[in-house]
Design a protein around this ligand. Structure first.
Ligand SMILES: Cc1ncc(COP(=O)(O)O)c(C=O)c1O
Length: 398
């Protein structure tokens, strides 16, 4: 019955792990999930109220497939504030989540055999999305020595005659580390030499810079001349705690943005009118809410790092943004738990989940073995309890 694509398709590992944790919980196990890629606080009140109002006012019908003009204009204004770039409403498209927006962009730029450069560790979905869109992921392995970031030199070396896209995320999921202006300038110098490469800048975490220094550095801050082949992707999920509302967007060259809108019109159709109305309210009102959550997130980051340091064999990187800790567990690889050999971080995460009921994302799912991604968008008690269980686990390793 199934196509070859379907036969080879696997569920998003993070969504799979979330489901698995919930399953164990439903069986009565006291699971602590540190896998979630979403804030644990509610959607901010102004967009939540706007969503209720949309239903009450019957703003409940199809909109244009690429989003309402009001929303696209408000997004364009936000790009002006955040990136200093002027876009018209026709250079913006709105869709059902940034995930689909990324996929639509890939589907609209790739022909079979085209390559897309990704950095590893990567967001779990990127390689599969590239493949589903008909392309080939060209993964550049980024080492701990380079702070898990791709260097301009690595970028240039990865370019081949088949390179069509460069997709990257800063601050990064899974590491939370972000590229500096200097590093982005070096990317720009390379990219200027290869005008056929379309740049997909996944900025979904760019307002969650933990030291509250503002929007994360962006390629367009340092190289506005790349505007005509850069797609800047963002959405309401992380910044406004609106993951379930499913609104993402992109700004970029009009031909590509129009193609993405046409693709949406033939696939998902418009994103929810109610959610669009709510995000419109968020764009115009939520800066103070974001400032508040950054304080909370920063406090949680510091507390989580302190907790994990109680297990001295771990190496923890200090994230600039988002809400993830990227933890090196390499010193436990090769050890044994009750006759079970731990070869990879996946083995480690599996035992941690099934025996100690702590759910984490193994680094291998992001392309680098020997790490765990944990989310600190959860309360501090959960982190304290999770670390105590992990400590117990590693004390039993031989
Ligand atoms: C790096 C990255 N990009 C994009 C997304 C997609 O966000 P959404 O589809 O909820 O807008 C996520 C969500 O986890 C993410 O982590």
């Amino acid at each position: 019955m199934l196509s070859k694509v379907a036969e080879n398709l696997k569920t998003s590992p993070t969504l799979f792990l979330v489901a698995r944790a919930k399953e164990l919980q439903a069986q009565g196990h006291p699971v602590i999930s540190l896998t979630v890629g979403e804030p644990d606080w509610p959607t901010f009140s102004i967009p939540a109220q706007a969503g209720i109002e949309a239903i009450q006012k019957n703003i409940t019908k199809y909109t244009a497939a690429n989003g309402t003009v009001e929303l696209r204009k408000a997004i364009a204004e936000k790009y002006k504030r955040d990136l200093g770039i002027t876009y018209t409403a026709n250079e913006v498209t709105v869709g059902s989540g940034a995930k689909f927006i990324i996929f639509a962009a890939l589907a609209m730029i790739l022909d079979p055999g085209d390559e897309v450069i990704l950095h590893s560790p990567y967001w779990v979905s990127y390689p599969t999305m590239v493949e589903l869109a008909g392309g080939i992921p060209k993964i550049v392995f980024c080492d701990e020595k380079e702070n898990f970031k791709m260097t301009a030199d690595q970028l240039e070396k990865a370019i081949t005659p088949n390179t069509k896209g460069f997709l990257f995320c800063s601050p990064s999921n899974p590491t939370g580390l972000m590229y500096t202006k200097e590093e982005l300038k070096a990317f720009a110098e390379v990219l200027r030499k290869y005008p056929r490469i379309v740049i997909l800048s996944d900025d979904i975490y760019n307002s969650l810079v933990l030291d509250d220094s503002g929007i994360a550095p962006n390629l367009l801050h340092v190289a506005p001349d790349l505007k005509d082949r850069l797609v800047a992707i963002n959405g309401g999920s992380k910044a406004y705690s609106m993951t379930g509302w499913r609104i993402g967007w992109a700004a970029g060259p009009q031909r590509l943005i129009k193609a993405m809108g046409d693709y949406q019109s033939q696939t998902t159709g418009a994103a929810s009118s109610i959610a669009q109305h709510a995000v419109l309210a968020a764009l115009n009102s939520c800066e103070p809410d974001i400032k508040n959550v950054l304080k909370i997130l920063n406090k949680r980051k510091v507390a989580a790092m302190e907790e994990f340091k109680k297990i001295p064999q771990l190496k923890i990187s200090n994230p600039d943004g988002a809400f993830y800790l990227w933890i090196n567990i390499k010193s436990f690889l090769g050890k044994t738990y009750k006759s079970q050999k731990i070869e990879t971080d996946k083995d480690f995460a599996e035992i941690l989940l099934t025996q100690f009921y702590v759910a984490t994302v193994p680094g291998l799912e992001c392309g680098n073995n020997g790490y765990l991604r944990i989310s600190f968008a959860t309360n501090e008690e959960n982190i304290v309890a999770a670390v105590a269980r992990m400590k117990e686990f590693v004390s039993q390793l031989t």
